[in-house]
Design a protein around this ligand. Structure first.
Ligand SMILES: Cc1ncc(COP(=O)(O)O)c(C=O)c1O
Length: 275
């Protein structure tokens, strides 16, 4: 979503977008010269790549760029980007913060008074003011954030271990697994590994069949709610071509982990090419 917005602004000639591999620190550092803003998401959606966030934020600030961190996947319980120098932290409140998939809201967080005033004025003039009922839903959800995150993450780690050992899964991405490329960085920087897992199956058809076959997991695009969601990402028109066709993103909810596994396992074995 953020990339599409930035590219639309670029098409109107309002800015220049430099897309970088956020996990490649040297590449990002090499692109900072003259940049006005570094926009970071880590782990990334849906590839779950982990950036050296503090290093990148410090370098961007030194280069005079504003640092924006999308902290939606982590929530403040897992990462606090203002502590390592972010100017603005962005949350899709729609996801974990509200947590019940019943509200669409966003939040920007900053410790800079001038930046806050600028953002508040922009919001006032442009009209995107949250309604009282939506805010009430978000506050109500927020009260169980810690419990929901704890359970989602515990469920995700257990499911990731089992999926990693499953013969139908050709690749798994989850920073909580010791063999994941982002494991070391996530362990050093984050207070958890999150509730999102991405798996790749043998083919696009196998991925579609999995999504079709599950009964407890809901096929849907959102994430971060109490219910577990599943989606083959590349079916989205805006999804970058770097996302494999057979990649399925799992947003692990707070249900009983054995129920979640039984459903996934049955669906994996019923899919074509999966024996
Ligand atoms: C990481 C991330 N940031 C931002 C958004 C945008 O959220 P919203 O749907 O609340 O506008 C999403 C989801 O769409 C997301 O996954």
């Amino acid at each position: 979503g953020s990339v599409s917005l930035a590219l639309a602004e670029e098409a109107r000639g309002r800015l220049t977008v430099r897309q970088v591999d956020i996990a490649d620190t040297a590449q990002v550092l090499g692109q900072l010269d003259g940049a006005d803003m570094l926009w970071l998401e880590s782990p990334t959606n849906p590839m779950l790549e982990v950036a050296e966030t503090a290093v990148l934020a410090a370098a961007a600030k030194a280069a005079g760029a504003t640092v924006v961190v999308d902290n939606t996947f982590n929530t403040p319980l897992v990462s606090r980007p203002l502590d390592y120098g972010a100017d603005v932290v962005l949350h899709s409140v729609t996801k974990y913060l509200a947590g019940h998939s019943d509200v669409v809201l966003g939040a920007l967080v900053t410790s800079d008074a001038a930046m806050r005033a600028e953002l508040a004025t922009y919001r006032t003039l442009h009209g995107a003011i949250a309604g009282p009922f939506e805010v009430w839903l978000a506050l109500r959800g927020l009260r169980t954030l810690a419990l929901r995150m704890e359970r989602s993450q515990a469920n995700a780690l257990e499911l990731a271990r089992r999926l990693d050992a499953h013969s139908s899964v050709t690749r798994i991405r989850y920073p909580g697994l010791p063999n994941d490329s982002g494991h070391e960085r996530a362990t050093a920087q984050l207070k958890g590994y999150g509730g999102i897992i991405s798996i790749e199956l043998e083919s696009r058809d196998a991925a579609d069949a999995l999504v079709e076959a599950v009964r407890l997991w809901l096929p849907a695009t959102s994430l971060g709610g109490v219910e577990s969601l599943i989606e083959r990402r590349r079916r989205q028109p805006g999804e970058p071509k770097t996302v494999p066709e057979a990649l399925v993103r799992l947003s692990v909810g707070i249900e009983n982990v054995e129920d979640l596994w039984a459903d996934l396992e049955a669906a994996l074995s019923s899919a074509p090419n999966n024996g």
